[in-house]
Structures are given as structure tokens and as C-alpha cells.
Design a protein around this ligand. Structure first.
Ligand code: ZN
Length: 455
């Protein structure tokens, strides 16, 4: 690929164009948000159909050839328009389904009636991810009739329930989605006025460990003191998963360093609700503990409840353990290491069984090369400050699926969210100023990617 310059005048023109388009974009965003497209089974799925139709109509209006595809799950929308001869193709991802709204009384305004307060608009899905959809529409509108790149848009309808049919969609329609650059608009910026590219996501495995010490429950007065019970054995086993500082003690798990960004213990305490006086755990920077190092948490235990407990040595107890793994860790390798650790640390030679409940790969972008250079430049044009690289401690299942399917493409994870968005929570909101900057960045990104002629 070769590189031509994008002039400051052209960037200004795109910024002005987005500003002119904002009222219409906001109107369309609010109309899309009024469709309560909750993809969870218990909700009326006709709304998810309606939101797919609404997205399809928005794309058709921009001149894209559009189809709605279903591969055993919710409807996804695929649109495409060719670019100039020899120009690269960019694929834009977002999702049109939303999380359930939760209880109405937790909201300060009706969840599906977008309401503006102090520069933010509140509604379920207005940020996650209908503003992601509209950022793509904004970039298309800004270039209407003279697109500098080929554009494919893929708007999924089941991200919030785990993207189960995405592998089938990629298998059957993947060739339509192939692109030189992929923009996955479903993440966040570092702060208001502080753009970010999400370059790492942790993966995860979930295992269930069962400990057995006795053939059946026996009287704790008769045998206690001579034979171990399973709850004590399980508790001791779980305690071996961390060292005294709280670092993961499973040998061989990968561990990386996060970007050097300002994030204080005070922020962590506020964000997480850590109780006064309770210490943080682990070592190294706080962000690397949450983004690039492994973590292990016991998320459930099967054992008699306190109210049903009797004076019995319990023969069997189980725990479900959630393991977040480094972005570049292989989930199968992590599962082997965790299993080996649990078996090797069985207290008193108790019987230990481990089985895998779920696993998902993380993501570590190769965050360099022409696509990343142009993205960083476009973000700098839009915000006046360069983007930082951030990680996300959780997983986004579709990202690994795209990375596996399109290893050649430059994958950019962008987003409209900021630390106050409260995606998935009550009073989810979108910051209007940030939304405009996201739209400018994507419009400028098209222009910049258009300078990367294929060759
Ligand atoms: Zn989302």
C-alpha cells in the first residue's frame, strides 16, 4: 500500500459536514433506540426484527445493497457498496440488539424514551450499541456519493446473548465480509475528550472443580478430627490458587503489561465499590492486573446451605471457578494448567475432578501498520489529541471470531462509550459531544484509508 496525504482542509470539511448532519443523525439514533430490541429469549422478538429492518432501511438510504441474514439466531444486517477501483474495503461492525432494561424504577426516565439531560441522552441501547450503528451511518452520509473506500456493514442482532450464530454467519457469509480494515464499534474511550483504541481483551475459561473425601456423609462428632470433610478440602484447594498477595499462583499462565495510563487506587475503589479498609490484591500496575494478567475468582459453591446444615462431615463439594486469561493465552493451554494445578494441590490426597464449563479466546491486536497509523491519525484529527491503547478485562466473543476469520485485516476496536455510560445498567447514556467526535473520526478514517491504495 502507498500513502497520500489527507489535507487539513479536507478534514475541516468533514468535521463541518458531520456537524451539519448531527440533528438528523440524532433523530435517527433516537428512532432506532425507541425500538426495544432486547435479544434475550424472554422478550418479544418482533422488536429485534423491527430493528433489523430499521437498520437495513438506513443503509439502503446510503446506497448500500442490503440483505438480512439469519443462521439459526437473530437477524443480522449485511450491506455493501463498492469503492473506487483499487481502493481498500473497510468492514464496519455494530449490533442492533440491546440488553434488557431492568427495573423501570431504577431509571430516571423511561428506558426506551431517549431523554436529554446535561449533554447526555439516556436510554437503553442508545450507546451500546445503537450509537455504534449510527457512527457507521454518519461516516457513510458524510461521504455520500463519493466514498473513498469500499464499505461493508455488518450489524449483528444477538451480541448481547453471546453471538451464538456468528460462527455460522461467518462460515456462510464470510466472503461478503472480507475487508482490508475492520472497525468494531462496540467499546469505549478512555474519558471525555480522551480517545482510545481497544487493543487487548482478556480471554476466559470457566471450570467446575469437585472434591470428594468420603463415600457418604458421617457424624461430625464421631469422625471429626480423624477424616477430612470435602468443604474444608475444597476451601484449602481454592486457597492455593493465589499467593498471599493475591496474585494468581497457577504456574505457567501467561501475563502481560498494560499501557502506562493514569488509573489511581482511588478510582478503582470508587468504580468497584471496594469497602473502606479492604486491600486491593495482586501486584504490578492496577491496569495490568485487570487487563493483561490472569485472574481467578470462585463464582459459586455447591455445598449444604447454612440454614440446612447438620452436624455432618460433608462428603462432596464443588466450586465454579472463572479464570480470566491474558489476551494472548490459549484457552486450552490455560485449562490444562489450571487442571494440573488443582489436581497437584489436592489436600490430604482428596479426589479432585475438574471439568470445563466454557471457554473463549482473548484478543491482542497487532496494533501497528498502515491501518493503525491511519486510525491514530483520524482520532487525533477528531479529538485534537492522539488515542491511547486500552485493554478490556472481559471478553467480547465476536472479536476473537473476526480475528480468526480475517487474520490479514487490520482490526480496530472503537466505540462511543465513556466511563459514565453505564452500558447494561440503569440510566445508560450517550455523551453527545463524544458521539460527534466518534462520527468525525470515522468519516476521516474513511478518507485516510482511501489513501492506502492496494498494490
Ligand atoms: Zn455492545
Amino acid at each position: 500500500m502507498t500513502d497520500d496525504a489527507v489535507t487539513p482542509d479536507r478534514i475541516d470539511a468533514l468535521r463541518t459536514r458531520i456537524a451539519e448532519l448531527m440533528p438528523g443523525l440524532r433523530q435517527d439514533l433516537e428512532a432506532l433506540t425507541r425500538i426495544p430490541s432486547v435479544s434475550l429469549d424472554a422478550f418479544d422478538q418482533s422488536h429485534v426484527e423491527a430493528s433489523a429492518e430499521a437498520v437495513a432501511a438506513l443503509l439502503r438510504a446510503e446506497g448500500l445493497a442490503v440483505e438480512i441474514v439469519r443462521e439459526g439466531g437473530r437477524p443480522a444486517v449485511i450491506g455493501h457498496v463498492d469503492g473506487p477501483e483499487g481502493a481498500p474495503t473497510v468492514m464496519l461492525y455494530a449490533h442492533h440488539d440491546v440488553q434488557p432494561p431492568g427495573k423501570d424504577e431504577d431509571w430516571d426516565s423511561a428506558p426506551f424514551e431517549p431523554t436529554e439531560r446535561e449533554g447526555r441522552v439516556y436510554a437503553r441501547g442508545i450507546a451500546d450499541d445503537k450509537a455504534g450503528v449510527m457512527a457507521h451511518i454518519a461516516a457513510l452520509r458524510a461521504h455520500h456519493g463519493t466514498l473513498p473506500v469500499g464499505v461493508t456493514v455488518f450489524v449483528e442482532g444477538e451480541e448481547e446473548i453471546g453471538s451464538d450464530s456468528l460462527p455460522t454467519i461467518l462460515e456462510r457469509h464470510g466472503e461478503k465480509l472480507r475487508a482490508d480494515a475492520i472497525v468494531l464499534a462496540d467499546s469505549m474511550n478512555w474519558g471525555i475528550g480522551e480517545p482510545a483504541l481497544t487493543t487487548t481483551l482478556r480471554g476466559m475459561i470457566r471450570v467446575v472443580v469437585t472434591v470428594r473425601t468420603l463415600d457418604h456423609g458421617v457424624h461430625s462428632g464421631m469422625f471429626g478430627g480423624a477424616v477430612p470433610d470435602a468443604i474444608m478440602a475444597l476451601a484449602r484447594l481454592l486457597s492455593t490458587l493465589h499467593d498471599d498477595e493475591g496474585n494468581v499462583a497457577v504456574k505457567g499462565l501467561k501475563s502481560g503489561e498494560a499501557a502506562d495510563l493514569e488509573f489511581t487506587e482511588e478510582q478503582l475503589r470508587t468504580d468497584s465499590g471496594l469497602l473502606d479498609g479492604v486491600h486491593t490484591i495482586g501486584s504490578g500496575s492496577l491496569l495490568s492486573r485487570m487487563w493483561t494478567k490472569p485472574s481467578i475468582t470462585t463464582i459459586g459453591i455447591d455445598a449444604p446451605t447454612v440454614s440446612q446444615a447438620s452436624n455432618t462431615l460433608v462428603p462432596q463439594a464443588s466450586a465454579k471457578i472463572s479464570v480470566r486469561i491474558a489476551p494472548d493465552e490459549d484457552p486450552a493451554a490455560a485449562y490444562r494448567l489450571v487442571t494440573d494445578h488443582l489436581k497437584a494441590h489436592a489436600p490430604w490426597n482428596a479426589q479432585v475432578d475438574v471439568h470445563l464449563d466454557e471457554s473463549g479466546a482473548g484478543f491482542a491486536a497487532d496494533a501497528q501498520g498502515p491501518v493503525y497509523d491511519q486510525a491514530r491519525a483520524a482520532f487525533t484529527d477528531a479529538w485534537g489529541t492522539p488515542p491511547v491503547d486500552i485493554g478490556v478485562g472481559g471478553s467480547i466473543p465476536f472479536v476473537a471470531a473476526f480475528a480468526e476469520k480475517f487474520p490479514e485485516a487490520g482490526i480496530l476496536i472503537t466505540g462511543v462509550e465513556d466511563p459514565d455510560t453505564r452500558a447494561h445498567g440503569a440510566n445508560e447514556s450517550l455523551h453527545l459531544g463524544e458521539f460527534e467526535r466518534v462520527c468525525v473520526a470515522e468519516a476521516v478514517l474513511f478518507e485516510r484509508l482511501g489513501t492506502l491504495k492496494k498494490g
